[in-house]
Design a protein around this ligand. Structure first.
Ligand code: ADE
Ligand code: ZN
Length: 340
């Protein structure tokens, strides 16, 4: 029998919940800080890593936003994204839907166009080198105002040809999806797909709102849906993809230990659960490590691992023909695993 790791690596997978700023490894952060003469509030890589002892979402976001200061020119965004894409390719990721936080950068005087230029160049390079396909998703920071999000939407629309969707992230509690109803309505009218973080730290009511008020196509995280039986039935019935991030959830205290994660229960209740890495440089693992963590801790079968991979393709914004091709490749991979 081949190893579970070899099987999970071989399964064609899409990553649907990945903040590109969350792939900033400490070594690159220090190198870019030196390049731009930015002073980081940490003496070295070891001291920075020691600060990754988060207690909740906000304690993580404070470090994540501070480190983003080192990202200044288009080459920085290119290098950041290409490092992630290379790693993802080595882990069997065939399609990525990447978040970026425009306001984190424009607030520091880095132009929206600079960010998009660097990211897009890396995505095109990964397509050329690895055949990896992509969608780019601009997220609004929900701790900022709806008016600020509306100004950001104007910039998104000015780059309409390379941005596929908008999302909603940052501090969840106290910033319900309905705060952004008007922004999302215009985004949808303009033909953008929509997604939103909901039910990570926030209550199930935020998941309802994201679906009913923002009309999102997927829910990012969504794990607190389990507290609402009717919502669970709805998510299963409508096959709304949940982009679950197991290692993130443990690092940020959503679940105390990985063994307590509800991913398997959600999967067995028929929800379209996917596995993702969120901010892998901060949470101790990229996509493969997230799959293996739940596989080991929750005892997932080979077929359940294949279902997670299928869900990632089904839940993506790929077109129907591309989905069919990847689903057939996953079936083939799962059949080969059974034959071992
Ligand atoms: N921004 C980056 N990672 C995030 C997360 N897990 N939740 C909300 N906002 C984020
Ligand atoms: Zn996230």
């Amino acid at each position: 029998m081949r190893s579970r790791e070899a099987y999970v690596r071989a399964l064609p997978k899409a990553e649907l919940h990945l903040h590109i700023e969350g792939t900033l490894e400490p070594e690159l952060a220090f190198r870019l800080a030196q390049k731009h003469g930015v002073a980081l509030p940490y003496a070295d890589v070891a001291e920075l890593r020691a600060a990754y002892d988060f207690t909740d979402l906000q304690s993580f976001l404070d470090v994540y936003y501070a480190l983003a200061d080192v990202l200044q020119d288009a080459d920085d965004f290119y290098e950041l994204a290409l490092s992630y894409l290379q790693r993802a390719h080595e882990q069997g990721v065939v399609h990525v839907e990447i978040f970026f936080d425009p306001q984190t950068h424009t607030a520091r005087g880095v132009a929206f166009g600079t960010v998009v230029e660097g990211l897009h160049r890396a995505l095109i390079e990964a397509e050329r080198r690895f055949g990896m396909t992509h969608r780019l998703i601009a997220c609004f920071l929900r701790h900022l105002s709806a008016a600020d999000a509306m100004l950001t939407l104007d910039e998104v629309l000015a780059h309409r040809e390379i941005i596929a969707a908008v999302g909603l992230d940052s501090s969840e509690v106290g910033h319900p999806p309905s705060k952004f109803a008007a922004v999302f309505e215009i985004a949808r009218e303009q033909g953008l797909f929509t997604v939103a973080h909901a039910g990570e730290e926030g209550p199930p009511a935020y998941i309802h709102e994201a679906l009913d008020v923002l009309a999102v196509r997927r829910i990012d995280h969504g794990v607190r849906c389990e507290e609402d039986a009717e919502l669970m039935r709805r998510l299963a019935r409508e096959q709304i993809a949940l982009t679950v991030c197991p290692l993130s959830n443990v690092k940020l205290g959503v679940f105390e230990r990985i063994e307590q994660h509800n991913l398997k229960r959600l999967l067995e209740a028929g929800l379209r659960v996917t596995v993702n890495s969120d901010d892998p440089a901060y949470f101790g693992g990229y996509l493969l490590e997230n799959y293996l963590a739940v596989e080991r801790a929750l005892g997932l079968t080979s077929e359940q691992l294949a279902i997670l991979a299928r869900n990632s393709i089904e839940g993506s914004f790929l077109d129907a023909a591309a989905k069919r091709r990847w689903l057939a490749a996953i079936d083939e991979c799962a059949r080969a695993e059974l034959a071992y």
